[in-house]
Design a protein around this ligand. Structure first.
Ligand SMILES: O=C(O)CCC(=O)C(=O)O
Length: 261
């Protein structure tokens, strides 16, 4: 895929009207393999890592479930670009940055990167939520790439979205930590599942309602998620329950205010 004309008119229209579109083969097989190979290197550093980097499945932490290996109990890696060169470099992926420019314009930060591990048998659901309910960015010029690193299916916990919900504003959310989600969850009957092959991506607006079911299969369902935002966005005053600062300036101008003398 060339870095020109990365999004066609139909995809842009779908993004505006429904809040998402998919891209086949955003990452090559080699790039997916690179991500898969880097994960164990970070996991091996545990517990000598910053708290935000490695998150374990709650059922594993509580002792309710015992995974075969430590890595198979990891729920997420977060904010990897801050600590790991491979994931920092990956955030500058020309095809992702090209699409980000089409959606956000010239000034872009990586707001948050995550590896969503959803391990076999142990990967719990991610409740219905809007990512910008965590970020609280104004204006809401923020969106995510969710790139499958394994076959993502309904059975092993692929993304489910509610088309058009990105136009409703931020709905009421509640819950602790990663359970923070919509107070009025959506019915799965109204959701559109997004099964993807490794390297394929879902591109979704930061205020699109989405959900992933548990992984009750014996198949892995790893995905890498990078959220890009306009560097002009700021966290809404008084909404700093999650203090998420941008990880890296990707391109264009940084609008971080500097103190005036
Ligand atoms: O389980 C997933 O892959 C989705 C997770 C998600 O939406 C999130 O953590 O914000």
């Amino acid at each position: 895929m060339s870095v020109d004309n990365l999004i066609n008119d139909q995809q842009l229209k779908q993004y505006e009207e429904q809040g998402y579109f998919t891209v086949e083969g955003l990452f090559t097989a080699q790039e997916v393999e690179g991500v898969r190979n880097e994960i164990p290197k970070i996991v091996a550093l545990y517990p000598d890592v910053p708290n935000e980097l490695v998150q374990i499945e709650p059922t594993v932490t509580s002792g309710e479930k015992i995974p075969e290996t430590f890595e198979l109990g990891v729920r997420k890696l977060s904010r990897m670009a801050r600590y790991n060169e491979f994931f920092r470099n990956l955030a500058f992926h020309p095809r992702m940055v090209g699409i980000a420019k089409s959606i956000l314009g010239p000034d872009i930060v990586l707001h948050q990167g995550q590896l969503l591990m959803k391990p076999p048998h142990f990967g719990g659901e991610k409740v219905w939520h809007q990512d910008n309910a965590y970020f609280r960015l104004e204006p809401n010029h923020v969106f995510g790439f969710w790139v499958a690193c394994d076959d993502a299916t309904v059975e092993n916990g692929c993304m489910h979205v509610l088309p058009g919900s990105h136009t409703r504003g931020i709905a009421e959310h509640d819950g602790a930590g990663d359970e923070y989600g919509l107070v009025s969850p959506q019915s799965l009957d109204d959701a559109v599942p997004i099964p993807l092959k490794p390297g394929d991506a879902l591109v979704f607006h930061g205020e699109l309602y989405h959900y992933t079911p548990p992984n009750n299969t014996d198949k892995r369902r790893r995905a890498i998620q990078y959220h890009y935002a306009s560097s002009q966005c700021r966290q809404t005053a008084g909404h700093d329950r999650f203090k998420i600062e941008p990880e890296v300036l990707i391109t264009g101008q940084d609008y971080v205010e500097t103190a005036t003398p």
